[in-house]
Design a protein around this ligand. Structure first.
Ligand code: ATP
Ligand code: MG
Ligand code: MG
Ligand code: MG
Length: 469
């Protein structure tokens, strides 16, 4: 059975053999793109090659890109632990053509890799195309000989990609794997498409047009290809599993979590272990790329993920910091492919240990307060915003952590009330500082917290350039 590491190599070797330059993953913090919080797809580092702003000595590339989707436009944080297919950190395998080959070559490459090199039975695969993209549908028919019901035409934006409001755009084709009718879910486009039976493994984007401000579109001079395949998803199916978390790599992390908390990896704490394994990867890779926990911007996303994992460790009965103890297992699994992980290991461990030590000082009391508050409420009622704010302000509970804790009990937070409480606190802080002659640090802190501390990073949402859709 191929390991996750073998599968990554098979992908890169396949495209290298077909004339692609193997390019290292770029860091998670995009170098020249302040509008994007974290790299969220393989194309991010190649953006200027697609627009023609930059040229290099290759026009075909392949990469395994570190991605984080835990804020902004692509936010999969709430899915983690609960779906079989989402992580906050994952690796996106991709092949790229910068004005070189187009659909007629991208589809046969993908089909050959999946069905020959990876040996996936053809009858388990189906694809979507954009509803007007006859060209792609015909290529699929010719190359893969798929029946019409396995080439599903989709009219939504899920199958039409845009780099931004203007610029390169075009139709996509997504490749799905059918894990079988013992799992709930329907094919893409059906009412049950959100289930986990049909799993999207690969998205091929055809950069075909340029979109102008006046709404018109014309063919791009240099038509390009951008693809993204989730390594964890392809690994799951090649290892005969349905769930990403059952792959060799994720399983090793889950077992490390179970050992460190002396609990059963498959017992009632199963979801906790999944969340911990996932968040261990995102937090460690973020720290390795220079992000540190803080109360704003990228650092606050990191802190939110870390604290969330720490609550899950606490739920497993951990009496001491846990996360830092799992780092060696991660380095063992991924250090060869990502040497930065080993180099940063001491810093990752120290950052996790000190954050968990600090957070544990208020975590217990915060959770008790949460239980008390819930006890006072009628069955099923939302947690009042003031209580969520107190947890945030006094106990260091990011809002999404409180929401995550409530989700297990089938409850939610009154987010409007939370925002009001935040606004009131801010006004009070302003009044208290005004005329005091001191710096306005507290006010600034509340501004930042308001901007970044609530559920979504709207500031990035609107601006953020898209990766794959
Ligand atoms: P989904 O619809 O399942 O959320 P997506 O359409 O948002 O996936 P893309 O943006 O097309 O995903 O990304 C390209 C590929 O990356 C996907 O086909 C999938 O294999 C993988 N992928 C996307 N998001 C995640 C995630 N959160 N965790 C693991 N793999 C992912
Ligand atoms: Mg998605
Ligand atoms: Mg999708
Ligand atoms: Mg997709």
């Amino acid at each position: 059975m191929p390991s996750v590491n073998d599968i990554r190599s098979t992908f890169l070797n396949f495209y290298e053999k077909n004339g692609h330059r193997v390019v290292d993953s770029s860091p998670l913090v995009p170098r020249n793109d302040p509008t994007l919080m974290f790299a969220n797809s393989g194309m991010v580092q190649f953006k200027n090659l697609f627009t023609g702003l930059e040229t290099r000595d290759y026009n075909r590339a392949t990469s395994a890109q570190k991605c984080v989707r835990a804020g902004g436009k692509h936010n999969d944080l709430d899915n983690v632990g609960y779906t079989a297919r989402h992580h906050t950190f994952f690796e996106m395998l991709g092949n790229f053509s910068f004005g070189d080959y187009f659909k007629e070559q991208a589809i046969p490459y993908a089909w050959e890799l999946l069905t020959k090199d990876f040996g996936i039975p053809k009858d388990k695969l189906l694809v979507t195309v954009y509803h007007t993209d006859d060209e792609a549908a015909n290529i699929w028919k010719k190359v893969a000989n798929l029946s019409d019901d396995k080439i599903i035409r989709i009219a939504s934006d899920d199958n039409f990609w845009r780099m931004g409001p203007t610029g390169p755009c075009g139709p996509c084709t997504e490749i799905f794997y059918d894990h079988g009718d013992h799992i709930w879910g329907g094919p893409p486009g059906s009412a049950e498409e959100d289930g986990d039976r049909f799993i999207e493994i690969w998205n091929l984007v055809f950069m075909q047009f340029e979109q102008f401000e006046d709404g018109s579109m014309k063919d791009l001079a240099a038509q390009s290809i951008d693809t993204g395949m989730g390594l964890e998803r392809i690994a799951a199916l090649l290892q005969g599993k349905h769930d990403n978390y059952d792959t060799d790599l994720m399983r090793a992390l889950i077992e490390a979590s179970a050992n460190a908390t002396s609990s059963d990896p498959d017992g009632p704490g199963k979801v906790h272990h999944r969340v911990i394994a996932d968040h261990l990867r995102s937090t460690s890779f973020l720290i390795a790329d220079g992000v540190m926990p803080s109360n704003e911007g990228r650092g606050y996303v990191l802190r939110r993920i870390m604290r969330r994992a720490m609550r899950h460790a606490h739920m497993l009965g951990a009496q001491d910091p846990v996360m830092y103890k799992l780092v060696p297992s991660l380095v063992q699994q991924m250090g060869a492919a990502y040497p930065e992980l080993g180099r940063a290991q001491p810093m990752i461990e120290e950052t996790l240990r000190s954050e968990e030590t600090r957070f544990r000082q208020t975590l217990d009391r915060g959770l008790r307060l949460l239980d008390d508050e819930l006890g006072k409420l009628p069955e099923g009622a939302d947690l009042p915003g003031e209580a969520a704010f107190k947890l945030y302000d006094t106990y260091g509970f990011p809002l999404d952590l409180t929401q995550d804790a409530l989700r297990e009990k089938g409850r939610a937070v009154d987010v409007g009330g939370f925002d009001t409480a935040m606004a009131e606190q801010k006004a009070k802080a302003r009044a208290a500082w005004a005329g005091s002659g001191e710096t306005q640090d507290a006010t600034i802190w509340y501004d930042l917290a308001e901007k970044h501390g609530t559920t979504e990073f709207l500031g990035y949402d609107t601006e953020e350039a898209e990766g794959q859709i």
